[in-house]
Design a protein around this ligand. Structure first.
Ligand code: SAM
Length: 232
């Protein structure tokens, strides 16, 4: 179904699901449209309401919130679907960045599509885009691989498969597993220069460009903290 821009004279011209990207760290990275939509909808479905309330407080947004996360995604999804069908406007946000990119947002988006509900996306931050751009590696063709498997054997297998793709690879990683993942990346990719982006848009943003071993040594100096994106 085609439709005109959802934003005419008033912020919410259509009843629909508004998928809203929020900052990945720096609260100032929230678009005017995102603020306008979050202020205007009937309800904000958040991955973690406590987390989102920091952003809402910063922009004096008083809209009610409800949780929509991994463990209530089916029951809460049906509930939110009911509200959308009853004509309520709902905004979907994740803890950080773009809903649907490795968070339960995907489930609600899919449910809304299956039920022929209208939706639109208010764009904003996505961690892997910042890292890819800052890596300076070819971005005309890249593969976003999300998180690597937890276990070493599976992780190495996955890395070997990814190596065969022959394009830039982008991976997410947590502070708990970054050293183990770098170890395995070193084993599979050897001396190749990679980029590790830490705490993007935040006070301690750090971009490391070197081979996996050197980055691993640097990060081992202190217990690694924060969130990471790896670009190979
Ligand atoms: N929806 C998010 C997005 O749009 O990027 C991703 C959610 S995923 C559950 C969380 C992972 O994203 C983190 O473990 C980390 O790898 C990456 N990430 C999120 N924020 C980041 C940041 N500020 N700096 C570096 N990596 C970040």
């Amino acid at each position: 179904m085609s439709r005109v821009s959802p934003f005419g004279t008033s912020p919410l011209t259509f009843t629909m699901l508004y998928i809203v990207a929020t900052p990945i760290g720096n609260l100032k990275d929230c678009t005017h449209r995102a603020i306008e939509v979050l202020k205007s909808v009937d309800l904000i479905a958040c991955e973690d309401t406590r987390h989102t309330k920091i952003l809402l407080g910063h922009y004096e947004i008083k809209t009610p919130t409800t949780s929509f996360f991994q463990h209530n995604r089916f029951t809460k999804g049906e509930y939110l679907l009911g509200l959308l069908k009853a004509g309520k406007n709902i905004a979907l946000v994740s803890d950080a960045g773009t809903p649907g990119i490795l968070d339960p947002g995907y489930n609600l988006i899919n449910l809304a599509i299956k039920n022929n509900l209208e939706m639109t996306f208010i764009p904003g931050a996505t961690a892997f885009v910042n890292a890819l751009v800052l890596s300076g590696k070819p971005a005309h063709e890249f593969y976003f691989g999300g998180f690597l498997p937890n276990r070493t054997g599976a992780r190495r297998n996955q890395l070997e498969k990814l190596q065969k793709l022959g394009c830039t690879l982008v991976l997410y990683e947590s502070c708990h597993r970054i050293l183990a993942s770098l170890e395995d990346i070193g084993l599979v990719f050897g001396d190749k220069e990679i980029t590790v982006a830490r705490e993007l848009t935040k006070k301690f943003e750090e971009i490391l460009r070197a081979n996996p071993k050197i980055i691993q040594e640097k990060l081992s100096a202190n217990k690694p903290r924060g969130e990471f994106v790896i670009v190979i």
